[in-house]
Ligand binder design. Sequence first.
Ligand SMILES: [Zn+2]
Length: 1005
Amino acid sequence: MSQQGYVATPPYSQAQPGMGGYPAGFGSSPAQPLYGHYGGQPQSFPAPPTGKATFLWSLIPPVKSSVYVLKVVHTPPTYPAGPGPMQNPQASPTSPPAQQPFQTAPPPTMGQTTLGPPPTGPHSPQMAPPQSPLAGPSMGGHPSMGGHPSMGGHPSMGGHPSMGGHPPMGGMGRPVPGPPPPGSGGFQQPGPGAAGQPGYPQQPQGTESAVTCGSVMITAKLYGFIGPVSWSQMKPIPGIKHVTEDDQAKRGGQVYTTNLRGQVPPLVTTDFTVQDQGNASPRFMRCTTYSFPCTADLAKQCQVPLGAIIKPFATVPKNETPLYFVNHGETGPIRCNRCKAYMCPYMQFIDGGRRYQCGFCNCVNEVPAFYFQHLDHMGRRVDLYERPELSLGSYEFEATLDYCKNNKPASPPAYIFMIDVSYANIKSGLVRLICEELKTLLDNLPREDGAESSTVKVGFVTYNKILHFYNVKSALAQPQMMVVSDTAEMFVPLLDGFLVNFQESRAVINNLLDQIPDMFADTNESETVFAPVIQAGVEALKTAECSGKLFIFHSSIPTAEAPGKLKNRDDKKLINTEKEKTLFQPQKGVYEQLSKDCVSQGCSVDLFLFPSQYVDLATMGDVPTHTGGSIFKYSNFQVYTNSNHFLSDLRKDVEKAIGFDAIMRVRTSTGFRATNFFGAIHMNNTTDVEMAAVDCDKAVTVEFKHDDKLSEETGALMQCALLYTTVNGQRRLRIHNLSLNCSAQLSELYKSCETDALINFFAKSAYRAMLNQPLKTVREILVNQTAHMLACYRKNCSSPSAASQLILPDAMKVFPVYLNSLMKTGPLVGSADLSTDDRAHQRLIATAMGVEDTQLLLYPRLIPLHNMDVASDVVPAPVRCSEERLTDAGMFLLENGRSLFLWLGQACPPELVQRVFNVPSFAHLPADLSSLPVLDNPQSKKLRSIIDSLLDQRPSAMKLLIVKQKDRSEMLFRQHLVEDKGPYGGASYMDFLCYVHCEIRQVLT
Ligand SMILES: [Zn+2]
């Protein structure tokens, strides 16, 4: 960071006392959480600035918490007096213009005073005064943990002798004592009280530096520049590139040891190794802040959301230890009698080891006789390091019959492949492609580590207006088809032979897969059903008494007469009106009931869509997004151009690590509680998160609220317990524990923020809110909350400075980039040029994304390739996502986890074009190029290897789009240059930063 002139506190300069006596390895920075709430008094905001802005930086001397200081210099607007960024062309004439950010009204004229903030500070300080020292780190040691020698491997745990303690009563479902949950959080209407308070110290007014929102007037020459200055000429405004590179430089390649409470992990973009020493790896759990505010008032004041993003099945890299498995035999896991929390490092043993006090509810419990162990002179159990559940953040328990449905052992899950064989899919060759692929793919069904073959059963259905089930019992010479034409009352016509072991029935199944494309070769049926297909899958799993997953390959809107029939309701006229939200609301009724049926059976639905037109994805995607499923979409599918993309997705999807019939519960220590959940989940009550399946890429975002005061001494503890069925049919509990700091100082909270996690929370809450509120309101709330978070920091944590300076907490300095990008995403941008299904799709998939995925989605990687060192294995460093970084003679790769582009400048050197594409020059490149030729030269090899490694890292496959500068397809590419003005609406990063700055000043006045 330093080379950019940023001033940052060394994040680990203050070792945390942490959990009793650990060496200060990775000293945590004292956490400073933010709490943001979509609530708070609506502020009255002026119009966004439309003027071209320039920023000057000044730096403050290093202090404990680093702060950015920007001087904002607005030059007069250069746009025509048109609408501002993110305008809303159809804004209701009745809405009070002054309160709407992104409004359509032209910018206020110069010198307008009604909307502008008060006179601002002196223009003089090039250097801001030093910041007042922040309060010291929270000193809360953690009583329950003892010192920890550096842990080599962990001895695995055996079973357990005699003496059942008391077995758990029932499932995981005991409600935590405490007051009833508050109303759901998120985008709701604000109560009073969050408004910025008066009393922010006014700076002496300087004449030239008066910066008013929207239209202002500080000339650059004031700061020694002549005329308008572009920002690239000056010190850069906070950029994600620098932040990620700095973190990589500081923490990359290191071991991150989780022994300290409240320590902020490296960024998701940083390459690090995790060693579990009492807290869950950040791969499993990340928080928006690692220091919660002690009181609800503080939380409300700063409006930083308190959230955790939990990815319970996150992939653990090969060089990290997989989760240990604990088996307490018939007794089952040991749990607190009162709150039902599972045995973990936060339980404190007392009374010579005969009792333990629960770290979550403080209840004192008897230690079951079989579990008794003596304590050492430090009060720690002498077997501490032999028991994963006493010393690790994450581990698994064997679940007893009490944790199984109807007290019966679970069965291995089944995968049912359901292929739409209507005219379009036969004609396109898709059906044949799928059938061919399945013949080999089914050898790769998920299996337990070390198992020779998978126990997952498979079944096959084809359908158009009616359904065809297949008996593929191994004893048969030929598969048998059974037709169900009454789709209103779906049933499964065969019990035996529908779900089989692939290895045993391979011959019959291959025979079937050979026959299917021919059986329907002459079909002219173009109508399809959809809900009955899902119903059939659930019924089949019910009959087989197992959980599982449906893989549905479908092409068109289901218009055939049957339950769940849909019609085209894509009305572009609704865009930017109050009713736009209806485009994203699923048609309820049949689909809502289906989701419930699926979840109660542990039936996850993965939908592969191949539409050539609108399919009402908002509704068709409803069941997948409530059952832990995924939605893949291949518009205008052609075997020739799209096969690789689709088949890569299908392979990853079939093979990935997954758990079934899951129920998750997040327990917390006293004083706060999980109140709101986002993900591909279903909730029957306020606490139990049900997931028909959860795979290695799915995350659940949880919001926490206070219900009492938190203590700095004991911190904030959370335990996520996930009960699920393995691919082997075993019932298990996966436990993730995390301990955070608490502080009465807001500065602590801001210092421990994690911007990547924060934007994940904002994205999910905004995408949910858009189902109930106009997009304009959702965008306003986003900006409003951001302004509040930043204003609160400025007011309470930074030293007085000129109002013209934009001050950002170090840990949140790039938050505005992400937020601006979020507001320009398809779902939130409100443009008739975007397909409704695409917008709905993006909204739904983001709902289950983890922090890595939202980070990349909102800030794509733009990698320059024209100067790459072909001799090196290193991928060239990404550059800022802005058109300014493109050069006519350049070649760039851009990817965001969903899309992958190779952009070529018009003046791209012919030699490079020749080596990569095997054509003599840019002009010779065919327009519809969609893949790279395999050529035997270093440039071609290097480029293909970069692309392959990117594809390998991402949860879903991406189709490479080759874009020539100035071609029509460039628009698709440009919408990902998120620092620029959006082609479908939305401000540039610079303009947005100006806008946020004005909003902050509004809050402060
Ligand atoms: Zn308890």
